[in-house]
Design a protein around this ligand. Structure first.
Ligand code: M6R
Length: 610
């Protein structure tokens, strides 16, 4: 939940750390800090607030040194204070540590260290690591001291460690929190994600759990916790640094919403062949297995969970496979019944969400086959799954997930076609229609984006409302949930998503002249007429109706105060189009309210703690 970056170089590293942190800020932004070593002296600057706010006070760029660490914090243990900000140090202030994760046995270790005479100045779990290394350092090499400390700590961590007395070495370690090593020219890096160091290198080593890296400016060596050197693959990343920049947009969220036509086109690229869906070799699941499965269980959190619900609809409706969607955080603690004819799918943008990772590990205990749908290559979840389908959204920096969601829907749709074909649940013509339908989506998304002016108008009229309801049915019920989540997380306005017909069982009591009600009501043969009835019910009670409707719909504009049109498409695909106006609405409302939608309060992009 925090971001870490580290560099060892033959020149000054302050700007690299600063830019790295600017890209990592989505992971945590309640406090920020950096440490450097120069002439055998450890210098630390840190403070409470976002990077730019703290920078104004301490001028990070003034600091000099050819080795350093940076950290942006999303607090877990200890309040948001100057003392609790990272980097943390040992008693002698010769060791500097940055950490992302949670040390579960820190209280016990802290008691032990206090008895040994160590003095603590923060309430964090991280500080014990610095003291524990100090405790083990007497007469040992720094690598051995770190290793001994790691063997005593329990929990999740990505760590960066500097030693004032060894100014040429940066040590890093990982267990259940993401960490990559970047190989540069006369410099090497560590970081919580790839985009934060992409402008300096695209040569990446993904650290695995229980691995330690020892970096000098010319070398990067990886060891297990027993000190045995490991040979690791160096991956070349194809994303370019530009993809992680705002490119003229006011916020990443807006840029990422506007990138969706491109992101979907990339996600489809090479995967639609004549009347077939083809995935790459990482897909890893055989046709015979896919024919044999009796059930699919989908594990995910947040927006990815909403994608799962939409996937459930597609899989049951079209591939005729029973599907269940579970909150990963719940699944991991209950004794689910899984057998070998069940396929478990994890959906995750980051591939690092702690609950999804733990739920997937839990599922694997039953010996089931697993597939992940993920945006980040080489992330933890992809490495423990039997198969992977990558969404190709490119780096998603805004905390509120947008292009990752629609690309997840696109992948679920492709996977549904593949299964429907293998299991003969649709005929050739139906498959062709489905493939034609998705091919048109990138262009159709562009025309949804063209509605932005109308959406902005709605935002300007209603940004000061305190509550709102989002209602949809069938494949668009999860879109109602997603629209409400988007609004809550970036604008802090209370919003609820409901199946439209459930409204009369309770939420209808909330409707009055102050309540915006967003209907997701594209035309379909199943529920459209019923939704029209629900719209009437809201209208009769004075609610402010904003409707997402299919182009050419004559009925809805007569009833709704505002109608945003999406192009005509297949019913299952309408969700990819209908969510976009809701993303834009949430964005504009947050912006009107003066909130930064890229860094919503209390949230972090990848939730790598439980
Ligand atoms: O990286 P993941 O897809 O596993 O993340 C899951 C959720 O934390 C994430 O979707 C979260 O709900 C977003 N902030 C929603 O915009």
């Amino acid at each position: 939940m925090c971001g870490i970056v580290g560099v060892v170089s033959d020149n000054n590293v302050s700007e690299k750390l600063f830019n790295g942190l600017a890209n990592l800020e989505y992971r945590g932004y309640d406090s920020v800090g950096m440490s450097f070593i120069k002439n055998g002296r450890l210098t630390i600057r840190k403070g409470v607030g976002k990077l730019q706010e703290v920078h104004k006070k301490v001028d990070f760029l003034k600091l000099k040194g050819s080795i350093g660490l940076g950290h942006c914090r999303w607090s877990t243990h200890g309040g948001v204070t100057q003392n609790n900000a990272h980097p943390h140090v040992d008693c002698k202030k010769r060791i500097s540590v940055v950490h992302n994760g949670i040390i579960e046995n820190y209280s016990e270790l802290k008691r032990f260290l206090i008895k040994k005479g160590h003095k603590f100045y923060s309430q964090t779990d991280t500080e014990v690591i610095a003291h524990l290394i100090e405790e083990n350092l007497e007469g040992s090499k720094i690598e051995d001291a770190v290793r001994s400390a790691l063997k005593k700590i329990e929990g999740s961590y990505a760590l960066g460690i500097l030693f004032a007395d060894n100014p040429g070495k940066l040590i890093a370690a990982r267990n259940e929190s993401p960490l990559v090593v970047g190989i540069g020219n006369n410099e090497n890096f560590i970081a919580s994600d790839v985009p934060s160091i992409l402008r300096h290198t695209n040569k990446i080593i993904y650290l695995e759990d229980m691995e330690m890296a020892v970096l000098t400016k010319n070398e990067a060596k990886i060891f297990d916790f027993d000190g045995k050197e490991k040979s690791k693959q160096v991956d070349t990343i194809k994303w370019n640094a530009e993809a992680a920049q705002k490119s003229g947009f006011k916020h990443f969220m807006l840029k990422e919403i506007y990138e969706q036509p491109r992101a979907i086109a990339d996600t489809l690229n090479g995967r639609l062949e004549n009347n077939h869906v083809v995935f790459e070799k990482e897909f890893g699941l055989s046709n015979s297995f896919l024919k044999s499965i009796k059930r699919i269980v989908i594990l995910a959190c947040g927006t990815s969970w909403h994608a799962g619900l939409t996937g459930e609809f597609m899989l049951e409706e079209l591939a005729k496979i029973p599907a269940d969607v579970e909150y990963a955080s719940e699944f991991r603690y209950r004794h689910a019944l899984l057998d070998k004819q069940t396929l478990v799918i994890a959906i995750t943008q980051s591939g690092e969400t702690a609950d999804t990772l733990a739920a997937l590990k839990e599922a694997k205990k039953y010996g089931v086959k697993t597939l992940s749908i993920c945006n980040v290559m080489g992330s933890s979840i992809t490495r423990i799954s039997d198969g992977v389908i990558y969404t190709r959204a490119g780096p998603e920096i805004g905390v509120a997930s947008t292009k990752a969601f629609t690309t997840q829907l696109a992948v679920l749709y492709l996977f549904t076609i593949l299964l429907a074909k293998l299991r003969d649940t649709l005929n050739e013509m139906q498959i062709r229609d489905m493939m034609e339908g998705i091919r048109k989506i990138p262009l159709q998304l562009q025309s949804v984006l063209d509605e932005d002016k109308e959406i902005l108008k709605c935002a300007e009229l209603y940004y000061n409302k305190q509550n709102s309801l989002y209602l949809g049915r069938g494949v668009n019920f999860p879109i109602a949930l997603e629209g409400a989540l988007k609004l809550k997380e970036v604008s802090y306005i209370h919003a609820e998503g409901y199946p439209a017909a459930e409204m009369k069982h309770g939420p209808i009591a909330l409707i009055d002249r102050q309540m915006p009600v967003v209907f997701i009501a594209p035309h379909d043969f199943y529920t459209y007429k019923k939704v029209l009835g629900n719209i009437e019910e809201v209208k009769a009670r004075g609610g402010i109706i904003i409707a997402i409707a299919t182009e050419g719909d004559k009925e809805i504009p007569k009833k709704a105060k505002h109608t945003i049109f999406i192009p005509k498409t297949l019913y299952t695909l309408s969700s990819i189009l209908s969510v976009v106006p809701l993303q834009l609405l949430a964005y504009h409302i947050a912006d009107k309210l003066g909130h930064n939608p890229d860094l919503p309060k209390n949230l972090a992009k990848s939730v790598t703690v439980e």
